[in-house]
Design a protein around this ligand. Sequence first.
Ligand code: C2E
Ligand code: CA
Ligand code: CA
Ligand code: CA
Length: 286
Amino acid sequence: AKRRGGMRHEIFDAQMRERLVDRLRIENELRTAVERDELRLEYQPIVGLRAARIVGVEALVRWQHPRLGLIGPDRFVDIAEESGLIRTVGAWVLRHAAAQAAAWRGDGHGPPLELAVNLSARQLSRPDALVETVTDALRDSGLPPGLLALEITESALVDDGDEEAAEAALARLRALGVRLVLDDFGTGYASLAQLKRLRFDAIKVDRSFVASLGRADEGEDALLVAAIIHMATALGLTVVAEGVESPRQLRRLSALRCAQGQGYHFARPLEPGMLRELLAADPPAA
Ligand code: C2E
Ligand code: CA
Ligand code: CA
Ligand code: CA
């Protein structure tokens, strides 16, 4: 048994080593990915549930990797954060997404289209650089600050332990006139009162809560979602439900007066050309 255990250990080591090598390789390649123009953005519609219209889009980064093909953020955003490369990637995302959103504006899509961009904790921990990046992206694109929403997760607010620094960074972003959105709400410990104090404009209810809505066993999740929507709305926060995948979930959310939704039921993240077509087909408000 001892021998077999040893072998398992070796296999484990080999797997660990392989994973580490993979990671280091991806980190190295990511360093040049921006210069080589390998990053891409897809845009997922955010829908106003009352009027059933697209009110915004979330920019989601992808990497057209020369060997691995198109890979998603789950494969490289963590690595980018740990290595600090996320600031370069983040700046690229902001610049390109802002330019794209400004171009769609020029196309004359009816109501103003809001652009949501994800920020990482590492970006928030360098407020000077971040404020400059956001300012540059707005100036160069001509996108009005009020149409840019920055999505921040709860962990980004507290992980570094320095909540005051994070709060100061948020205040400086606010001063630019952009909107602040708390991402993945419900997966951490932020309270709605706290978000109101930090002057967040909106929360995105994590899709794990939305998943069971409308099912026979929806139980406590549904109560929780109902309470969150009710309280957040009363506090003047816009509520966005993430991961809406079925008509049933949509009906439940509408009944709960949830303002906005996002998810495969409406559309998957799309290439810019596809999103443009969708915007063109989005029926005008009645
Ligand atoms: P997120 O910000 O919570 O983004 C939503 C994720 O859920 C996206 O995954 C999206 O494709 C996926 N999604 C949308 N609708 C549905 C649905 O109905 N069902 C399910 N199961 N999933 C849905 P994606 O694009 O793989 O992004 C994963 C995460 O990577 C994002 O989660 C975000 O945390 C991070 N990320 C993406 N782009 C960026 C970026 O530019 N900067 C940073 N810092 N992080 C990013
Ligand atoms: Ca997000
Ligand atoms: Ca989210
Ligand atoms: Ca998430």
